[in-house]
Structures are given as structure tokens and as C-alpha cells.
Design a binder for this molecule. Structure first.
Ligand code: PHE
Ligand code: CO
Length: 295
């Protein structure tokens, strides 16, 4: 453990370049400023208004059990007591983005890396990299759900394997993470709900993902997802909908090695494509899409 640094992307004249940091750090809780706590407070208050009726029950319950609605940036040590007892996961502090294999190794051992620092006040609505709010509020509530908790560990193991197979396999697997853990929707008796961390940690996308007529909403299909490109700079063009966390976990049990081999022979689909065979909840009207850059 060392003094925690704040590792952010680097701005260059060719755009932003991600910077990676491998270390595990103690959460420097005393270093949070009044402004940091106020930023946290604003973000949780905004999401508390928006998420009932939009986020899935499992997320909302996890959030309550962790006390993430309370004022002030939480201490990882307090959350860890709840988490460890519920599903055996532990939060660890990190300084920024982790290299893939380091991230996978943590997940495979039921350790969830959380960026210790929070975004600046002018980044309330958008930040291009994960910060404390995204990692903690977005990801951790579902780690209290036993099925989802197991899925995340299995994903970590699968990541180690894909890393050994090669870059294409890793990309296929990353798309699965993106379209489930980060941007997934779930079909419930009450209607479509959000479970993806990238959505629940964004005020505007929490509304957009469920209510906008622009994006596609398509039923979960493992290989379909693994062969679909995604957007990192705009709202998603397609959201994939699971029926249950059991469905997600069951669909990913088998060995992916033959799937990677198969996908290597085919072209990927664009983020906004609708294909024959898709189970379509909504075919997006593509409003606001710039089709010159449909990748
Ligand atoms: N079953 C996958 C494999 O063999 C691993 C995995 C599990 C990936 C769960 C994602 C989610 O690679
Ligand atoms: Co995330």
C-alpha cells in the first residue's frame, strides 16, 4: 500500500489516452474535501429521484442495504462488512484504470476494484473514465445479489482465459461485459428495468436507456452481443435485455473457446444494427445518430 494517486486519462492533441495503474491503495478517506463529499451528495440525490421505477429491485435493495443513500462518501471498510457477509466480495481501492489481466484477477478472487477519487464538480453529468461514483454506486449494489456476484467472479476467470487466447477473444468478452454489467436492461413483471452500472450512474442515460425512441432494445443473445461493437462516447445505440440474472449466468457457463474461434471468422455488427433473428423489444428510430461514424 502506498500514497494513493489520482490517475486520470492524458489529454493530447490526438484526443484522450487512457492511463493505467496497477496498485491497490488504502482509501485515503481523510483526504476527501468538502467539495468531494458535496459532489457525492449531489450525485446520489439525483439518482435517488430518478431510479425508483427505473432501476431493477435487486439494485435498489442492494443500494439500501449498503446505505448508499446516506450523506458523505462511504468508507470501503464499512461497506466491506456488509458485502463480505452477504456474498464474500471485498472492495479494494485503486488509482485509476487497471490493465485487463489485473482487473480479471481481482474479479476472479471476488475483489472489486473501486477508484478512490471522485469526479470534479464540472463533471457531474459526464466523465469519460470510471470514478468513485461510477464504481461504487454503479457496480457495488448488485454484488449483494448472489447470482450476479457469482457471474462477476466467473467473468473474471473467463477474462484470464480470454487474455491467454488473444486480443480478439478479449474484445469479444469485453463486449459481453459492456452490454451486460455496464449497460444491461432486465425484463421484469413491472416492465423493463436498468441493471447496468454505466446507466444507473448517469442521470441522463437512466432516462434515455428506457424512454428514448432512438436506441434498439433487443433480447439477450450471447454470441450476438459478443459480435456487436459498442460506443464509448455517446449513449448506446442498442441495449440488450436479459430475462433474469439466472439466464445471464446460465448462458455464460459453457466454454467460450469454440465461440471465440467461430467469431474470429465473421465480421462484427455495428452498434446500431438490427438483425434477422433478434428478439426486438424496440426497434430504434435512430434519431440523432450520425451514420457516417456507425462503428
Ligand atoms: N464460460 C466462460 C468461458 O469459458 C467464462 C465466463 C463466465 C465469461 C461468465 C463471462 C461470464 O470463457
Ligand atoms: Co464500470
Amino acid at each position: 500500500m502506498s500514497d494513493a494517486r489520482r490517475v486520470e486519462h492524458q489529454q493530447t492533441d490526438r484526443g484522450n489516452i487512457p492511463v493505467y495503474a496497477t496498485g491497490v491503495v488504502e482509501q485515503p478517506w481523510e483526504r476527501y474535501t468538502d467539495s468531494d463529499h458535496a459532489t457525492w451528495g449531489q450525485l446520489i440525490a439525483r439518482q435517488a429521484d430518478i431510479l425508483p421505477g427505473r432501476a431493477c429491485d435487486e439494485f435498489l435493495e442492494g443500494r439500501e442495504r449498503l446505505g448508499l443513500g446516506m450523506a458523505g462518501i462511504p468508507r470501503f471498510s464499512d461497506l466491506n462488512r456488509v458485502l463480505l457477509d452477504a456474498t464474500g466480495w471485498t472492495l479494494i481501492g485503486v488509482e485509476g484504470l487497471l490493465p485487463d489481466h489485473v482487473f480479471f484477477d481481482h474479479l476472479a478472487n471476488r475483489r472489486f476494484p473501486v477508484t478512490w477519487w471522485i469526479r470534479r464538480p464540472e463533471q457531474l453529468d459526464y466523465i469519460s473514465e470510471p470514478d468513485l461514483f461510477h464504481d461504487l454506486y454503479g457496480h457495488v449494489p448488485l454484488l449483494l445479489n448472489p447470482v450476479f456476484a457469482d457471474y462477476m467472479q466467473a467473468y473474471g476467470r473467463g477474462g484470464m482465459k480470454a487474455h491467454g487466447i488473444g486480443a480478439d477473444a478479449l474484445m469479444n468478452l469485453t463486449r459481453l461485459y459492456w452490454y451486460t454489467v455496464e449497460f444491461g436492461l432486465i425484463d421484469t413483471q413491472k416492465g423493463l428495468r436498468i441493471y447496468g452500472s454505466g446507466i444507473v450512474s448517469s442521470k441522463a442515460e437512466s432516462i434515455y436507456a428506457l424512454e428514448s425512441p432512438a436506441p434498439n432494445r433487443i433480447g439477450f443473445d450471447l454470441e450476438r452481443i459478443m459480435s456487436t461493437r459498442y460506443r464509448i462516447d455517446t449513449y448506446q445505440r442498442t441495449y440488450f435485455v436479459i430475462d433474469s440474472f439466472e439466464q445471464l449466468f446460465d448462458a455464460t457457463r459453457g466454454d467460450f473457446t469454440p465461440i471465440y474461434a467461430r467469431l474470429a471468422q465473421r465480421d462484427a455488427h455495428a452498434a446500431g444494427d438490427v438483425l434477422t433473428g433478434d428478439r426486438v423489444f424496440q426497434r430504434g428510430n435512430r434519431a440523432g445518430w450520425d451514420d457516417s461514424a456507425d462503428n
